[in-house]
Design a protein around this ligand. Structure first.
Ligand SMILES: Cc1ncc(COP(=O)(O)O)c(C=O)c1O
Length: 397
């Protein structure tokens, strides 16, 4: 159903987007990473080990579940959920970290570092490092350390050191800055396990490749269940890893709409949001050209989202390209609408989604009633909501 071969054909450019705008010290490390990735994804032994980890350890394939009561409640398109929340560690992030930490092991790296926003990538990296016996340190914005306290404890229990970042807005952007500084200083023995389909080449391609299992499975599963392709697939967008993972399965199917859902925060018109594709302009952040939230002088603007994993002023280069080419559509869902999405899914299906994933659920809830009952939607349920119970307790009455 899923193979890694043939996934890595791009030179790091997606139209006008992408590239590797990094300090000179990091160039050799990125080249080493690209060479290792090309070699390993061509190696049947690597493929076999990765695919076996996905199955035996992470619990793949994840289910494609027909949400009957949600569909009935909304009265329109039939809604399927791609249950990435059921993976080991509770989100799609484990697909990527098993691949990257396996690369780190084979490259003989002595230490792994990562950044994290919601803590899900941090937990997934800590998990893979515990599994392979490699020391791990995770950078996390101080604001996220507070709002995702459960995931901080999980990382610590898994033997990972969590470093709270107090610079800037104390969120994901600042955690990536610090992780990159660490990598520059320890590039010889350290592997930087990057969590989303953004950053300098080759990370967007590597992360998309490991996450493409989502779209490959979803495509085969919907064909098996319905005998045809969906009308649209939806995924929330932080940096873009779950969206690119899902979209990559349907890129060559022009009849399938690809819909990315960004964090509209208090409303895009208020300026307090993280909707880089909806409201940003192209620029360079974290080593690549992509849509960014920036001012006229190119200074990065402060962001806001109730979902820590979406609270980022940039986005991956391939999603930026898909926006400009018109292949994918991007919309923003507010904090309030996302909270309604959590409540809707909890009460109709008994599933508590992550606040990030609830953005995609909320967008589906807006669209489905306008569609005919024989239409099909797939929503990528990127993670489970346990980590957000603390935030939800203050918001949901
Ligand atoms: C459950 C979940 N979904 C989505 C995201 C957003 O990341 P990405 O856009 O890389 O999928 C995160 C990030 O932490 C997350 O934890």
């Amino acid at each position: 159903m899923f193979a890694l071969t043939g996934q890595f054909t791009l030179d790091g450019r997606f139209g006008a987007f992408g590239g590797a705008f990094v300090p000179e010290t990091l160039k050799p490390a990125l080249e080493e990473l690209e060479a290792a990735f090309r070699q390993m994804t061509d190696d049947p032994a690597f493929q076999e080990e990765f695919l076996s980890l996905l199955t035996e350890y992470a619990g793949r394939p994840s289910r494609l579940y027909l949400a009957r009561r949600l569909t009935e409640r909304l009265g329109g398109a039939r809604i399927y959920l791609k249950r990435e929340d059921l993976n080991h560690t509770g989100s799609h992030k484990i697909n990527n970290t098993l691949g990257q930490v396996l690369m780190a092991k084979r490259m003989g790296k002595k230490r792994v570092i990562a950044e994290t926003g919601a803590g899900q990538h941090g937990v997934a990296t800590a998990t893979a490092c515990a599994l392979f016996g490699i020391p791990c340190e995770v950078y996390m914005g101080a604001e996220d350390v507070e709002r995702q306290a459960l995931n901080v404890l999980r990382m610590q229990l898994l033997g990972t050191k969590v470093i709270a970042v107090t610079s800037g807005t104390k969120t994901l952007k600042d955690a990536i800055n610090e992780a990159m500084r660490d990598w520059v200083a320890h590039v010889q023995d350290t592997f930087y396990c990057f969590g989303t389909a953004a950053g300098p080449h080759p990370y967007p391609s590597i992360v998309r490749c490991f996450q493409s299992v989502i779209g490959a499975e979803a495509r085969a599963q919907i064909l098996e269940k319905e005998g045809r392709l969906p009308d649209a697939v939806l995924a929330c967008v932080g940096g873009g890893s779950n969206a690119m993972g899902m979209f990559s399965g349907f890129l060559s199917d022009p009849s399938v709409r690809l819909i990315g859902v960004e964090a509209g925060g208090d409303g895009v018109e208020t300026g307090r949001h993280s909707a880089s594709l909806t409201a940003g302009i192209p620029g360079v952040l974290h080593g690549a050209v992509s849509y960014l939230l920036q001012d006229d002088d190119g200074q990065i603007l402060g962001t806001h989202s109730i979902a820590a994993g979406l609270d980022y002023p940039g986005v991956g280069p391939q999603l930026s390209y898909l926006k400009d080419s018109g292949r994918a559509e991007f919309l923003a869902i507010t904090d309030k609408e996302a909270l309604e999405g959590v409540r809707l899914l909890a009460l109709t299906e008994g599933i508590l989604p992550a606040l990030e994933s609830a953005h995609a659920v909320a967008q589906a809830a807006k669209m489905a009633p306008q569609m005919s009952p024989d239409s099909l939607l797939i929503v990528n349920l990127s993670g489970r909501g346990d980590k957000d119970v603390h935030t939800l307790a203050g918001e949901v009455g």
